[in-house]
Design a protein around this ligand. Structure first.
Ligand code: GRG
Length: 291
């Protein structure tokens, strides 16, 4: 299958839905709504919501039914990037090729944009029209799983360990723990939520959970590899201060680990038919992606 075309089509579907779900920029107070839209529509690969749609399809469901959840996950991801960029965290000036939210709107508004996107995500899942065939209990289960993946035992917890590890020499197990929570938890729940809303069985969900965890970790490793390479290119040593795979494991072991995880992800889908081909393709794309 043509993955480039698949990803571009899904990205378009997600961006159209995000546009329809988000409050208009003209709604008062306009600053927050403009800033929310600035951050959401500032580019981005939309890999997490695409995984949600592809997972719904993989279990035989319709991706359209998964759209509110897919978009909610993109709102949460964008909130995490905005807060990660703040001066108190990574202090970044650019995100997705544009000034970060705090550079464009000030620190207070950037914090509030993150808060608003996180809250809006749960409103979206709770209120957007689900087809009657999705039971309220399924929606509740998804809300609980997403909250767990993003909270203090998930993404936020991983971010705390990341901050506390800056400048320290980490053991590989601690590094894996950090990235499992900071990055892989949200990716895993993007996948399992799609599988749930698509009507997947418990066997499907267990396989999708393994797929999500392994591609999530591989995603982080490839991100670290690119980050390390780019920092070497511009001759800084910044890349060595942050806890990252090339620093802890070395470059060739990091690449080997990423390949191993992608192989495990694809193997976890062995019980699925060709409807899971997009998930297989996304796993390969993560291994070879250039951005
Ligand atoms: C602030 C609670 C809180 C959490 C922050 C997401 C995160 C946790 C930190 C971002 C740091 C980072 C660069 C992690 C590497 C993996 C990652 C999440 C990359 C960014 O995701 P992409 O590549 O970004 O999907 P786009 O822009 O394509 O959406």
């Amino acid at each position: 299958m043509n993955m480039t075309r698949y990803l571009a089509e899904k990205r378009k579907t997600i961006e159209k839905a995000l546009d329809s779900y988000l409050p208009p920029a003209s709604r008062k107070p306009t600053t927050i709504h403009q800033a929310m839209r600035y951050s959401i529509f500032g580019g981005g690969k939309r890999i997490r919501p695409i995984l949600t749609l592809a997972s719904a399809e993989a279990v035989g469901g319709e991706s359209e039914v998964a759209l509110p959840i897919a978009c909610a996950i993109e709102l949460i991801h964008t909130y995490s990037l905005i807060h990660d960029d703040l001066p108190a965290m990574d202090n970044d000036d650019l995100r997705r090729g544009k000034p970060t939210a705090h550079k464009a709107f000030g620190e207070a508004v950037a914090i509030l944009v993150g808060d608003a996107l996180l809250t809006e995500a749960f409103r979206l899942i709770a209120t957007k029209n689900f087809r009657a065939k999705i039971k309220a209990g399924t929606v509740l289960k998804i809300i609980g799983e997403i909250a767990t993946a993003c909270g203090s035992s998930g993404m936020v917890g991983g971010q705390v360990v990341d901050i506390e590890s800056t400048g320290l020499k980490l053991k590989p197990a601690k590094l894996e723990y950090l990235h499992l929570h900071k990055t892989a938890d949200l990716i895993r729940v993007s996948v399992t939520s799609g599988g749930r809303v698509g009507g997947g069985t418990s066997q499907h969900l267990s396989a999708l959970s393994t797929y999500g965890r392994t591609v999530g970790l591989a995603f982080q490793i490839t991100d670290d590899i690119q980050d390390f390479d780019s920092k070497q290119d511009i001759g800084t040593t910044l890349g060595e201060k942050k806890a990252s795979y090339p620093v802890v494991l070395g470059m060739s072991e990091s690449k080997r680990r990423a390949t191993e995880l992608i192989d495990q992800a694809i193997y976890s889908l062995r019980g699925f038919d060709e409807k899971a081909d997009p998930l297989r393709g996304i796993a390969r794309y993560i291994r070879t992606r250039k951005q």
